[in-house]
Ligand binder design. Structure first.
Ligand code: FAD
Length: 474
C-alpha cells in the first residue's frame, strides 16, 4: 500500500504521527507543496525571514528523507492529482490550525474521501487540540491562568520515535528546492544567519539540549533579561515543527526529575510552551484574531496614520535605545527577545499610536518564528485589545524597562554600537545626558544617534487620552 504524506508545519521525522503510521502501512510518498497565498486562501502569509528558514528546514528534511518531493501550486488540486498518479490508497497529514488551513484541509478531506482514498489527520503540533480543553461551563478559555490549570490536569501523550523502516514510493516529477527561490538574493540580507541558526530537526534537538545545559537554570527570572542566554530560542523550530511540544514537554520533565534544583524553572518553561497552546486555542475559537480587535471597544481608539515614524521604528531609529536595540536585533537576526518584543510593541502602539496591524505585519515579515497564532495573540495582548490583556491600559516606560532588564547595558551596546562608550547611567535615555558626557562618548544627538521621536511623558498622556474613547465605547 502507498500512502501520500503531506508535510506542512511538521518538518521532522521523529514524533511525526502521519509519517509513522504511513510507514507502518507500506510505501510512503512524502510531499511538500509551496502554496501561493492566494491559492491557499491565506490572508496573512509569511514573510522573507520565515521563507529563509523554510528553505533550510526543507533542505534538512530532504537530507533525512530522500524520497521527499517538492511541488508548487494549489494543494486542493495537487494532492488528489498526485495521489491518483502514484496510485496511492491513503493520504495522511498532521493538522494545522490557521483558519485558511482548516478550511482547505476540510475541503480536501471531503474530496479525497469521495474519490475513495483513506484520509487521516493527526495531532502533532500542539499538546492539546484547541477543542480538547474547555471551561467548566463548556466554552473556550479566554483567560490564560485557568487554561494552564486545566492543561496541567491532562496527560500528555508520549512522543513517537522515528519510523523503524521507510520505503519510498517512486515518483520522478516535482521541482528542485532551489527553484522555490525562498532565499534572498539581491541583496542577501540574511548574510551570517547560518551562524546564529541551524534550521532542521537536528538543529532543534541541539538547541533544546543547549538550553537545558546553559539556559534552564534561572529561566524563571532570567528569561526577562535580553542580555543573558536564558531563553531557549526554540520558537522558529516549533513553528516549522522541527521539534514537537510533546518532545519538549517530556524532555523537560525528565530534566526536572533528574535535577530537582531546576524544577521551578522547568515548570515556568512549560508554562510558556502553554502560552503557545493558548494562542492557538484563541485563534481556533476566534479566527478573526489576526484582523479584528478581540475587544471590539478598541475599534474606537484614535490611531494615528503611520508615516515616517513607522519607518523609524522599523529601522531602530526612535532615539530610545532599548527599542532601537530590539528592532535592530530583529532585522539582523530574524529574532527578538520576548521582553524586548513587549517593549517595542508597546512603543509602536502607545507612544506612536500606530495600529497594532502595522507591527504585526512587520514582525510577520522579519521574524524567523513568525506565527499567526502567537503573533496576533501577542500584538493584541500588548495593545490591550486581546483576550487576557491587563485590565488597565498599560504603557511600558522604555527608559525604566531598559534599566531594569538590561541593567549593565550589554544588550543595548551590542545592537546600538554608536552608544557603546556612553556611561551606563545615561545609556537608557541619552537625551538626558549632559552635553559634555555625550561629547566624551563621541555622540552627537541628531547626527550619530537620533533624538527621541517623542517625549515619553507627553506620548504617555496622549495614549491614555486616546484610551478614553475605548472606555466610552464600552
Ligand atoms: P522561550 O522563553 O524559550 O519559550 C519557549 C517557547 O514557548 C517559545 O519558543 C514559544 O513557542 C512559546 N512562547 C513563549 N512565550 C510565548 C508567548 N508570549 N506567546 C506564545 N508562545 C510563547 N512567538 C512566536 O513564536 N511567533 C511570533 O510571531 C511571535 N510574535 C510575538 C509578538 C509580540 C508583540 C510579542 C510580545 C511576542 C511574540 N511572540 C511570538 C511570543 C514570544 O515573544 C516568543 O515566542 C519568544 O520570544 C520566543 O523565544 P524563545 O523560543 O527563546 O522563548
Amino acid at each position: 500500500m502507498t500512502t501520500l504524506v503531506w508535510f506542512r508545519q511538521d518538518l521532522r521525522i521523529k514524533d511525526n504521527p502521519a509519517l509513522f503510521e504511513a510507514a507502518r502501512n507500506g510505501r510512503v510518498l512524502p510531499v511538500f507543496i509551496l502554496e501561493p497565498a492566494e491559492q491557499a486562501g491565506e490572508t496573512h502569509p509569511l514573510g522573507g525571514a520565515s521563507l529563509w528558514w523554510l528553505h533550510h528546514s526543507l533542505a534538512s528534511l530532504k537530507a533525512d528523507l530522500p524520497g521527499l518531493i517538492f511541488l508548487r501550486g494549489s494543494a486542493r488540486h495537487l494532492i488528489p492529482q498526485l495521489a491518483k498518479e502514484v496510485r496511492a490508497e491513503a493520504v495522511f497529514w498532521n493538522r494545522c490550525y490557521e483558519p485558511h488551513a482548516i478550511e482547505r484541509d476540510t475541503d480536501l478531506k471531503k474530496v479525497l474521501k469521495e474519490d475513495g482514498f483513506e484520509v487521516k489527520s493527526f495531532k502533532a503540533s500542539l499538546l492539546f487540540e484547541p477543542w480538547e480543553l474547555e471551561t467548566k461551563s463548556g466554552g473556550p478559555f479566554k483567560v490564560y491562568s485557568p487554561f494552564w490549570k486545566a492543561a496541567q490536569q491532562k496527560t500528555i501523550d508520549d512522543a513517537l520515535p522515528a519510523p523503524e523502516k521507510l520505503e519510498f514510493a517512486d515518483y520522478d516529477g516535482g521541482e528542485k528546492l532551489e527553484s522555490f527561490d525562498l532565499l534572498p538574493t539581491k541583496p542577501n540580507w540574511a548574510k551570517g544567519w547560518e551562524d546564529c541558526w541551524q534550521p532542521g530537526e537536528a538543529g532543534a534537538a541541539e538547541r533544546l539540549e543547549g538550553f537545558f545545559e546553559e539556559g534552564l537554570k534561572g529561566y524563571g527570572t532570567l528569561r526577562n533579561r535580553p542580555d543573558l542566554p536564558n531563553v531557549s530560542r526554540l520558537s522558529p523550530h516549533l513553528h516549522f515543527g522541527e521539534i514537537s511540544p510533546r518532545q519538549i514537554w517530556h524532555a523537560t520533565q525528565k530534566v526536572m526529575d533528574r535535577k530537582s534544583s531546576v524544577a521551578g524553572d522547568g515548570m515556568k518553561f512549560l508554562s510558556e510552551i502553554a502560552w503557545r497552546e493558548f494562542a492557538h486555542h484563541l485563534l481556533y475559537h476566534f479566527p478573526k484574531l489576526p484582523s479584528d480587535n478581540w475587544r471590539s471597544t478598541f475599534d474606537a481608539y484614535p490611531w494615528q496614520e503611520p508615516g515616517d515614524e513607522l519607518e523609524k521604528w522599523q529601522k531602530g531609529q526612535t532615539g530610545y535605545p532599548i527599542v532601537d536595540a530590539g528592532m535592530r536585533e530583529l532585522w539582523q537576526t530574524g529574532y527578538m527577545h520576548n521582553r524586548v518584543r513587549m517593549i517595542v510593541a508597546s512603543f509602536l502602539i502607545k507612544h506612536l499610536r500606530i495600529h497594532w496591524h502595522h507591527g504585526e505585519a512587520w514582525f510577520r515579515d522579519t521574524l524567523v518564528d513568525a506565527d499567526l497564532a502567537n503573533n496576533s495573540a501577542s500584538w493584541q495582548w500588548v495593545a490591550g485589545s486581546g483576550a487576557d490583556a491587563a485590565p488597565y491600559f498599560r504603557v511600558f516606560n522604555p527608559i525604566t524597562q531598559g534599566e531594569k532588564f538590561d541593567p549593565d547595558g550589554v544588550y543595548i551596546r551590542k545592537w546600538v554600537p554608536e552608544l557603546r562608550d556612553l556611561d551606563t547611567h545615561y545609556l537608557f535615555a541619552p537625551f538626558d545626558a549632559p552635553a559634555e558626557t555625550l561629547k566624551k562618548a563621541g555622540i552627537a544627538l541628531g547626527e550619530t544617534y537620533p533624538k527621541p521621536l517623542v517625549d515619553h511623558a507627553k506620548a504617555r498622556k496622549a495614549a491614555l487620552d486616546g484610551y478614553e474613547a475605548v472606555k466610552q465605547a464600552g
